[in-house]
Ligand binder design. Sequence first.
Ligand SMILES: *[C@@H]1O[C@H](CO)[C@@H](O)[C@H](O)[C@H]1NC(C)=O
Ligand SMILES: *[C@@H]1O[C@H](CO)[C@@H](O)[C@H](O)[C@H]1NC(C)=O
Ligand SMILES: *[C@@H]1O[C@H](CO)[C@@H](O)[C@H](O)[C@H]1NC(C)=O
Ligand SMILES: *[C@@H]1O[C@H](CO)[C@@H](O)[C@H](O)[C@H]1NC(C)=O
Ligand SMILES: *[C@@H]1O[C@H](CO)[C@@H](O)[C@H](O)[C@H]1NC(C)=O
Ligand SMILES: *[C@@H]1O[C@H](CO)[C@@H](O)[C@H](O)[C@H]1NC(C)=O
Ligand SMILES: *[C@@H]1O[C@H](CO)[C@@H](O)[C@H](O)[C@H]1NC(C)=O
Ligand SMILES: *[C@@H]1O[C@H](CO)[C@@H](O)[C@H](O)[C@H]1NC(C)=O
Ligand SMILES: *[C@@H]1O[C@H](CO)[C@@H](O)[C@H](O)[C@H]1NC(C)=O
Ligand SMILES: *[C@@H]1O[C@H](CO)[C@@H](O)[C@H](O)[C@H]1NC(C)=O
Ligand SMILES: *[C@@H]1O[C@H](CO)[C@@H](O)[C@H](O)[C@H]1NC(C)=O
Ligand SMILES: *[C@@H]1O[C@H](CO)[C@@H](O)[C@H](O)[C@H]1NC(C)=O
Length: 527
Amino acid sequence: MSSRQALGQAAFFVVSFAPFLVSASPAPTAFVNNNDVSPPFPAITPSPVEKNPSPVVQRDILSDVESDVNNVLSSLGSDLPSWVASGVPNYFQNFPTGDAVASSLGLKSSDLAALPTNVLNIDPYANWTNSGWNVRFHGNVYKQPNTSVADLNKLANVFLIDTKIADLPESQQEQARNLTAEIFVVQQPHVAVNTIHLEPAASQGSSGQPGGGGSSHTTGGWQNVTLPYNTTAEGDFDVFVPIASNGLTAGNKTSAIQRLNTHVDGASIGNATAYLVPPTGLTVVSDIDDILRITKIYEPKEGLFNSFAKAFTPWENMPLIYSNWSSSLPNMHFHYLTTTPEQVTRNYMQFIYSTYPGGSFDTRPLNFSDVSATLSIRKFLLQKIFETFPQRKFILIADTSNSDVMRDYPEMATEFPGQVQCIFLRNTSATDSGDKFPYDTSGFKNLPQSQYMFFLNPDDLSNLDIANGECYNKSIPQNLTFSYQGLPFGLGKHSGAGGGLSTREVVGASSLMALVASMLTAAFMFL
Ligand SMILES: *[C@@H]1O[C@H](CO)[C@@H](O)[C@H](O)[C@H]1NC(C)=O
Ligand SMILES: *[C@@H]1O[C@H](CO)[C@@H](O)[C@H](O)[C@H]1NC(C)=O
Ligand SMILES: *[C@@H]1O[C@H](CO)[C@@H](O)[C@H](O)[C@H]1NC(C)=O
Ligand SMILES: *[C@@H]1O[C@H](CO)[C@@H](O)[C@H](O)[C@H]1NC(C)=O
Ligand SMILES: *[C@@H]1O[C@H](CO)[C@@H](O)[C@H](O)[C@H]1NC(C)=O
Ligand SMILES: *[C@@H]1O[C@H](CO)[C@@H](O)[C@H](O)[C@H]1NC(C)=O
Ligand SMILES: *[C@@H]1O[C@H](CO)[C@@H](O)[C@H](O)[C@H]1NC(C)=O
Ligand SMILES: *[C@@H]1O[C@H](CO)[C@@H](O)[C@H](O)[C@H]1NC(C)=O
Ligand SMILES: *[C@@H]1O[C@H](CO)[C@@H](O)[C@H](O)[C@H]1NC(C)=O
Ligand SMILES: *[C@@H]1O[C@H](CO)[C@@H](O)[C@H](O)[C@H]1NC(C)=O
Ligand SMILES: *[C@@H]1O[C@H](CO)[C@@H](O)[C@H](O)[C@H]1NC(C)=O
Ligand SMILES: *[C@@H]1O[C@H](CO)[C@@H](O)[C@H](O)[C@H]1NC(C)=O
């Protein structure tokens, strides 16, 4: 596809999309959570920064596409294209929020007032401090409009390339509508998060895998907590709150993880598990896309299909590797840290908790939504968990298709000396010829091979004594140049375009990705 065709399609898309979004669903009359005004919880650790809403990015998308294409053209044979340096174009960008959703669905404030309040309660971790257990509650308060199936179908079609929701089997249609509905929610700014009920969790049940803190017997913790701050302008909350012991075991008297059920009042689906993690031990920090599930984020069309229509599918036998770690190292803490947008968190949690060991969770909060913030969020979340558990050691896992991972993981090893036990990176281009995205290995230059491994299949991780620092499987050849590798189409800093695909193909591939990004942004701009 030429750049002109790509631009033409993006423009066509904008025009044809706008008329879809007109009908509003009748407002349901339902339970309203009136957020009673309770006094703030007395003892507080760091306050969430109140921020202005992130500006809705309304750049001139079409000219951006054009300039990306021009950058690729002008950089052939010389420098790296800009989209290479910034990593995989993130098409999970610029989802509409708050008022934009309300107005696109034609919701009036009286409609909204009648909707029940819901809470996304993201499974938190807690550290042990001088004032006891300190739980990092984080999530979002929102209202779920009762959007008609017809409207959801129209909106879902935005996320599907070369196919329409009507052509999919019913289960995939449902998945696409569910995800779309999750995105089209109305976040609730400046409201209180009232009464989170805590109680000991039973050992992990039949779904998912045991371990991951699930095997420990939790003896107390019953209490009700009110968060000290109202939600941010985006409806988010993220705050450490010290909780009363009420029969919990002190963090310095156990190496086991205790688990509390946390249930937010008035939110039928706002249940999560809090993981009370002792000061010392091992924590796995794991990315999800293309390491725990098949996403193929580096192939936009498939990536979107795998995210929006197909049931989430584990990557090869990774569940067995985690299951073994979880059962053979029962005090291991699992923390799932993905930069996928907060809106789709529930789908990721559902998949993880039915496939991998239970654990705490982080996704990308709404105030990290512009492109530069998107590339800095992983580091922000990594720093937060390293600072919360300064004596624990971390095993960091992801794949090579994330430029932020390639930069941040090795940086953690130097910035937090002694805290990184292992770095495991799946080399996605080794097993997937469709991955044309380059990755930068320069961050690993000063790390000893014993601390990291680029691997091909989950089996490469088997039989490693990770607890004792065995991170490298000697049968897996490593080939690091400590610079950009896997450059697409034979493109290289010094090699020019020789030997690879033609200029036209390079432009074609680049504009497909730019096209996806521009479709989404353009669609939301016209809501
Ligand atoms: C949502 O709207 C549909 C009609 O569009 C209606 O049948 C249904 O009862 C509504 N659901 C709720 C929870 O109000
Ligand atoms: C987002 O909000 C958190 C608090 O919830 C704050 O710590 C962080 O600095 C903010 N980040 C950006 C990029 O605005
Ligand atoms: C355990 O931690 C508490 C609170 O930080 C502290 O008061 C106590 O002295 C510690 N006990 C031991 C044995 O370190
Ligand atoms: C869609 O969401 C509904 C309600 O939350 C749930 O019952 C159903 O299992 C989901 N379906 C898929 C395919 O995700
Ligand atoms: C916090 O939210 C409650 C309602 O949820 C409201 O009454 C109160 O004024 C808010 N406080 C601030 C400081 O915004
Ligand atoms: C928490 O609040 C509920 C009512 O919302 C009450 O029944 C329960 O006794 C309270 N628990 C504690 C430990 O105060
Ligand atoms: C959430 O927790 C509450 C209190 O334990 C329980 O009554 C409710 O059934 C739970 N909801 C779900 C969806 O598990
Ligand atoms: C607990 O976590 C908070 C927040 O990250 C951190 O400031 C504090 O130092 C941690 N406490 C300990 C004892 O590690
Ligand atoms: C990743 O796999 C590709 C294809 O086999 C190989 O060329 C490359 O050197 C590998 N990268 C690393 C860092 O080992
Ligand atoms: C290393 O990788 C091979 C191939 O996947 C696997 O069979 C073996 O169990 C792994 N572990 C060790 C310690 O060799
Ligand atoms: C399972 O994990 C333990 C602990 O890390 C390790 O010693 C053992 O070799 C692993 N077994 C397999 C089959 O990977
Ligand atoms: C090692 O990496 C370089 C640079 O990415 C590549 O050209 C070469 O083919 C790789 N060798 C192997 C054996 O994969």
